[in-house]
Ligand binder design. Structure first.
Ligand SMILES: O=P(O)(O)OP(=O)(O)OP(=O)(O)OC[C@H]1O[C@@H](n2cnc3c(O)ncnc32)[C@H](O)[C@@H]1O
Length: 173
């Protein structure tokens, strides 16, 4: 089976590689457009970015399955929260969606985002590492290294692939 992922970001690609670690699967990662703003600012926009990435990756690679993973922020009653969404699309155009756990951004970081800065640059300054979104991510820094960006996206990828497998097992019975 060939599986595609619509990004070259190692935090995302490694999550999909780990998902299929025990399977004979060819994984192809391709650069695609998210079709949403560089800094998605709601659950809806972040989920839309994930779906767009998955669909674009499927078309570019002719894989059987394609994943799109997208990070963003969303306003809630508890403050501005990190949000992460994933989409899985199949060659017969079925789409599954899943999101990750959320945590609130510290107020000063949230204010910088509300002023128009991107999370990647804000966290890059904070951690003194411009590549933070390709490594542990904001979630990794803000949880003291307990939940990395890869771990967050692996959890989302498990939710997606689990739904896909469930539906396929239903068909067989
Ligand atoms: O290479 P791609 O796949 O585009 O990965 P990305 O990290 O640049 O792009 P996303 O669409 O996932 O994220 C949108 C923006 O939010 C930033 N971002 C999202 N989640 C983050 C995280 O956990 N840590 C750091 N930056 C994050 C990211 O740097 C972007 O500026």
């Amino acid at each position: 089976m060939k599986v595609a992922i619509g990004t070259k970001n190692p935090a995302k690609v490694h999550a999909i590689q780990e998902l299929f670690i025990k399977d004979k699967v060819i994984i192809e990662s391709v650069e695609v457009e998210s079709g949403v703003s560089a800094q998605p600012f709601s659950d809806e926009e972040t989920a839309e970015g994930a779906v767009n990435r998955a669909k674009a990756a499927l078309h570019q690679t002719k894989a059987q399955l394609a994943f799109g993973l997208e990070g963003g922020v969303t306003e809630t009653d508890g403050g501005l929260m990190l949000c992460n969404w994933g989409a899985l699309v199949t060659e017969d155009e079925q789409v599954w969606l899943a999101s990750g756990a959320k945590i609130a951004l510290p107020f000063d970081l949230a204010e910088q985002l509300r002023r128009g800065l991107e999370l990647g640059e804000v966290m890059g300054d904070y951690a003194n590492d411009i590549d933070v979104s390709k490594k542990e991510g904001a979630i990794g820094i803000l949880t003291g290294g307990r939940i990395s960006r890869k771990k967050m996206f692996l959890h989302i990828a498990e939710l997606l692939y689990g739904q896909y497998l469930f539906q396929h097992s239903q068909w067989k019975h």
